[in-house]
Ligand binder design. Structure first.
Ligand SMILES: NC(=O)C1=CN([C@@H]2O[C@H](COP(=O)(O)OP(=O)(O)OC[C@H]3O[C@@H](n4cnc5c(N)ncnc54)[C@H](O)[C@@H]3O)[C@@H](O)[C@H]2O)C=CC1
Ligand SMILES: O=C([O-])CC(=O)C(=O)O
Length: 266
């Protein structure tokens, strides 16, 4: 397999897992040639790490998204925020760069999603939706091809990640409460950093407007538990995923990158 060039947008906690994977030799088909983050110093730290890694090489810390696009990477790993994805996806696809993304919430708007599809197709580029903190996209997509279905997405988390969100109330520190019920578009609008997974599951199935999402806060709960259920005439599948930290999401970027170049893909 020919080596692919890769750039990273968003040099935070989950992106650092991509560096760990590089250092462990788990990304042999990629050269990470550029990094970009809102804070230049973070992009610089990432680039230094890559240059010093035995599996790394020359890597440029970019001062702007345009500088990163000018490197013409084959792939961009977007690990920043739904707003960052919205900003970069069209220019990147037109630039010849395919995207691997964790901030799937940036694709919740149906019109924008269609524009992304059209742009990717016209430029022979692709958007790869990483499984993130969930999984089961295969069954969701397959059942959606077969027949009509209904999909629900229920999340349980502790009060801490909800503290700086509009639904926060002191009561959730001591009592279990359902803090949100709505569709996946409404969910990602209120919680742009919490429910990218619900938009991903929705895009894989009946669409963000149609998937019913609930969030329940449980005092002292550590981690996130997601339950995705799809029900059609013939199939009833339930996908339950508990994760103590969000690290699984960072590793799903690594898994997606490896799948892209693998002789056998899962
Ligand atoms: N799909 C999934 O399962 C999951 C998705 N996520 C999403 O992954 C992304 C990264 O999460 P973390 O690494 O935990 O966050 P983080 O806050 O540790 O790192 C994000 C980095 O991106 C930078 N950034 C943010 N907006 C930017 C922009 N517009 N342009 C350039 N840089 C920007 C920030 O300064 C920060 O350094 C977030 O969008 C988060 O919501 C997080 C967990 C699970
Ligand atoms: O980490 C999780 O469980 C989910 C998450 O943050 C997201 O989807 O944005």
């Amino acid at each position: 397999m020919e080596t692919k060039t890769l750039a990273i947008v968003g040099c935070g906690k989950l992106a650092s897992i991509v560096l760990q994977a590089l250092d462990k030799g788990l990304l042999p088909d990629y050269k990470i040639i550029g990094t970009y983050s809102r804070t230049f110093e973070k992009a610089q730290n990432f680039a230094n790490f890559i240059q010093q890694s035995k599996n790394g090489g020359s890597c440029i810390a970019c001062c702007s998204l345009q500088d990163l696009l000018d490197l013409k990477p084959d792939y961009i790993a977007e690990i920043a925020s739904p707003d960052a994805l919205k900003e970069l996806v069209i220019p990147a696809l037109k630039n010849g760069s395919s995207i691997v993304t964790l901030s799937i919430g940036g694709l919740a708007d149906a019109e924008f999603y269609e524009l992304v599809k059209k742009t990717a197709s016209e430029n022979r580029t692709r958007v790869h939706i990483a499984s993130g903190a969930i999984g089961g996209f295969d069954v969701l997509r397959t059942v959606s091809l077969m027949e009509s279905s209904t999909v629900t997405f229920d999340t349980t988390k502790g009060p801490r990640p909800l503290r700086r969100t509009p639904v926060y109330d002191d009561i959730i520190e001591t009592e279990t409460r359902q803090v949100f019920e709505g569709n996946a578009v409404e969910a990602i609008t209120l919680f742009p950093h919490q429910v990218n997974v619900s938009v991903a599951a929705a895009l894989a199935s009946t669409g963000p407007e149609n998937v019913k999402v609930s969030i329940t806060s449980v005092p002292d709960y550590v981690g996130d538990k997601h339950r995705i259920a799809i029900k059609s005439q013939q199939v009833h599948a339930v996908i339950d995923i508990y994760s103590q930290t969000a690290q699984i999401a960072g590793w799903s970027i690594v898994n997606t990158l490896r799948n892209i170049t693998a002789p056998i893909a899962f």
